[in-house]
Ligand binder design. Structure first.
Ligand code: ADE
Length: 237
């Protein structure tokens, strides 16, 4: 069994999948944290791996960027590969001086102007929530590991670039009331809700609209190890 986007066979994925946006970040997790690793997907270079973390099977697969992309991959993992839990591990831009570059965030909600949920399954809500079960585990694990993970309201945006006449990030922040911005969680939470599965999202702040600080792309891949550890410990809890 394969899909147009995934060459893995049924049974190739573990029950819990970590999902970074970037395929090289998926490879980084597999190379540095998993044992007995098998590469299960290379279609479109959206790399997927299954291995063991502390003896427990865990998978990691890239989602690509944006809601249409994570919408496809997460749907297929839940629906066709019997995956029960997806933990997104991504990056975000901060809208507040309370979240600084390299801070780790656990999503408490995802707001979006996107019509993804409306036209996928008729959901009109603009704010969707992660699964309480995994979020509670993640919060407890962060405490246990001494990771200062901050709960945040996440904005899942369809735009990375906007024209100046749109009013800039302050106008967006005002409109959505969120603490940070990424581009995927809303669609992931919708698919999990629709299919009776679990999802959450952890983010590392990669750039700040407040201070204009950012970490370069090459460093992003490696500098997120705290979040990766938190996600893996949550996955096997
Ligand atoms: N992911 C990381 N930084 C981001 C930003 N500034 N906007 C949207 N997604 C992001």
């Amino acid at each position: 069994m394969a899909t147009p986007h995934n060459e893995a066979q049924k049974g190739d994925f573990a029950k819990t999948v970590l999902m970074p946006g970037d395929p090289l970040r998926a490879k980084f997790v597999a190379d540095n944290f998993l044992e007995d690793v098998k590469c299960v997907n290379t279609v479109r270079n959206c790399l997927g791996f299954t291995g063991k973390y502390k003896g427990v099977p865990v998978s990691v697969m890239a989602s690509g960027m944006g809601m249409p992309s994570i919408g496809i991959y997460s749907y297929e993992l839940f629906q066709f590969y019997d995956v029960d839990n997806i933990i997104r591990i991504g990056s975000a831009g901060s809208y507040t001086d309370k979240l600084n570059v390299l801070d780790v965030v656990i999503s408490e909600s995802a707001f979006s102007e996107s019509t993804f949920a409306k036209f996928t399954n008729g959901v009109e809500e603009k704010t969707l929530y992660p699964s309480k079960k995994i979020n509670d585990i993640a919060i407890a694990k962060a405490k246990e590991l001494g990771i200062d993970a901050k709960l945040a309201k996440v904005h899942s945006s369809d735009q990375f670039y906007t024209a100046p006449e749109m009013g800039g990030w302050k106008a967006v922040k005002e409109r959505c009331g969120c603490d940070c911005v990424e581009m995927e969680s809303f669609a992931l939470f919708n698919n999990a809700n629709m299919l009776g599965k679990n999802a959450t999202c952890m983010l590392t702040i990669s750039d700040s609209f407040v201070t204009s600080e950012e970490i370069p792309a090459e460093e992003r891949q490696k500098s997120f190890t705290e979040m990766m550890k938190l996600a893996l410990e949550t996955a096997i809890a």
